[in-house]
Write a protein that binds this ligand. Sequence first.
Ligand SMILES: C[S@@+](CC[C@H](N)C(=O)[O-])C[C@H]1O[C@@H](n2cnc3c(N)ncnc32)[C@H](O)[C@@H]1O
Length: 283
Amino acid sequence: MNYRHAYHAGNHADVLKHIILARVLDYLRQKEKPFAVLDAHAGIGRYDLKGAEAFKTGEWKDGIGKLLAEPLPPEVRVLLQHYLNMIHDLNPDGVLRTYPGSPEVIVRLLRREDRIFLNELHPQDADVLAARYSGDKRVRVSRLDAAVAVKAELPFTERRGLVLLDPAFEVPDELNKTLRSVKHALERMQNVTLLIWYPLKAPDDAKDFLRGISDFNQPGTLTAELLVKEPFAEGGLAGSGVVIVNPPFTLRAELERIMPALARRLGLGTWGRGSVSVLTPPK
Ligand SMILES: C[S@@+](CC[C@H](N)C(=O)[O-])C[C@H]1O[C@@H](n2cnc3c(N)ncnc32)[C@H](O)[C@@H]1O
């Protein structure tokens, strides 16, 4: 396992993923009933943007750095409120240094009665996570392969909740492995909301994966894609997408406001593209 998220923390892909994650959690919090979350590829929870790894790539400058550089239109800002507030709270002096990973985004939006399972296969990262959240009774850390964690934790006893699948894409068959985890998750808990991140490098990279997602026929499945530069073979990460299975019914309209604004802000030159697509029609 060579992948270390610290090199990429706060980049355009993280911004997209964490904004959508915060929107879905905001919706789950609106009902009184408790919910649970499985973050199946959790990373270390928080990242130091002035640390050696983030400093080396500087990826965050074209992600969260650009997002915060100027005020956002008010109708977009209001949808990003939770996400922007937590970045502000983590960096109270206004100098961007600490970026929240998905565990931190989730923990900050959990209520007292909600629970989170943080799963991370890398032993050192799992140790960091376990130490970071050791005082929080809502948090449990596991060190399983993500596919095993999905089978172990679902269905949630709460009968409502969210699973984030955010693989490192170090192994060639990762998208098919992810499709199998989606299948297992839906077999165990048909109403669970799933967020699945995928990279966009060359055009049509994700075509088969998205067809595989559509084949599950979960009504209303969406995908939101953000491209920051032109995708071409060997061109590196041009953008990414997040599939949302069983999305909140409010999410599509929200993403239709958010995605063009992200593309305008994070696109390189005039290249930004932000889109929302319906993969399976709603009921
Ligand atoms: C993209 S990073 C996760 C970032 C995190 N979700 C966030 O948004 O802050 C992927 C993580 O998955 C871990 N990982 C790699 N293979 C895994 C596996 N088979 N099962 C669980 N975790 C794995 C990596 O160590 C890495 O920390």
